[in-house]
Design a binder for this molecule. Sequence first.
Ligand code: HEC
Ligand code: HEC
Length: 410
Amino acid sequence: MKRSFSSSQSKCSSGVSDKSYKLLTSVIVLLSLAGCFDSGVVVQGENSVGASESGIDQNGSTNPPANDSPSSDNNSGQNSSPLLSLSQLGERIFSDTNLSSPKGQSCSSCHTPGKGFVDPDVDQPSSLGANGGNFGTRNSSTLFYANQIPEFQIVERPHPLTQIPRDVEFGGFFVDGRARTLKEQAKEPFFNEKEMALPSKRELAIRLESGEYSKEFQARFGQTIFQNPELALDAAASALAAFQNEQKFSPFSSKFDRVKNGDSDFTSAESRGEALFTGRALCSVCHTSPGGAEIFSDFLYHNVGAPRNLTLLNNIGDQSFVDLGLGSKTGNPANNGQFRTPTLRNVAKTAPYMHNGVFKNLREVVEFYNSGAEPPEVPGNNIPPFIGNLFLSETDVNDIVAFLHTLTDK
Ligand code: HEC
Ligand code: HEC
């Protein structure tokens, strides 16, 4: 079903008659190419990789232990110097199924290595929490290339039409940017009642203390670390961030990379797909990174008008649920329906798609961009009107899907 233009008004198109359908589309396409809809070039993002909030080092695998290492503590006994790097410790925590209530779920349950770092249950749009009775409201994000996402910040950008500077949200973690850094993000899932569902930081500290890595944890963060739940959480989050900063989360080893390095060639379908992606299909208006490595995200927030997902609504038992995205973080209605543009690297491995998992495969996603869908979850609100009106042929759609498959790492 085609979405009508009236429900997809954009600031960029105001003043243009609804009725001149084709004309409007070409105007909008031109505006888009001219930088409308936040095509993301102005901002130079900083990686969140080095951001440290606590003084506990979150960078690295081979760094010496933090200052509060117990080598200077009394009673440290044996096992006093860490044998595991911070990132190896993070890896243990990442897959520790004792850190949920009831036990049995870890970060790895919903971000499975070898399965695109997403929930391997592709039949469900969202994930079941540790308590087995609660589905979340969102599709699990891949952790691939999350270490390339800049920390959340407000950046000033000229409005594409008026040139008047305005503030826009950029970077940050979770699809609504509610965590500033990767480390801050890692503090949330333990206590989310639809995820690992631990009742308190104190409980987390107790569980960490009972982990097989607890001596390592103390060797790195101090003998008394488990007596201070706040610091223990901070330490665990540093380790999780260090783990996710490992290169295996951002290997840049796809066919796309080999082609760009001159070590391989696209098939003709893949080449056509790339040309459409960056050209007529307007994907790269949003799916291009501003400087630094190309992970096919501008790190900005957009409302692309994805429809509601009835399966999800059935799962969560609330048919009236609307995911406001960035709007739920900022409280600003203009942000309703906006989500941070996701990376497209390894996208062939991370079905289902969109924040609510409404599309089962890549073809459905491209068909949605091409010819529209059911009414958007958040109608209007600056959905670029070219979305749903790309006039791509069957072959064009297939070629774009072929191109997206070249983004899968080896
Ligand atoms: C029950 C499933 C589940 C568990 C367990 C879980 N996550 Fe997630 N994770 C999700 C979902 C769903 C999202 C997207 C939610 C959102 O954006 O609001 C997400 C988002 C993230 C993101 C943000 C990625 C991005 O692009 O912004 C990171 C990083 C992450 N999780 C890491 C972790 C870590 C570390 C753990 C363990 C401490 C963990 N997750 C446990 C389901 C889970
Ligand atoms: C206006 C900006 C914009 C344009 C143009 C755009 N996208 Fe997106 N794309 C997004 C955003 C934002 C999301 C997340 C939407 C959501 O979760 O509801 C997304 C999601 C996706 C996803 C799902 C990824 C996942 O992990 O769930 C795919 C695949 C995708 N886009 C491909 C494309 C292709 C192919 C094109 C061109 C035909 C395109 N996009 C054009 C911004 C854009």
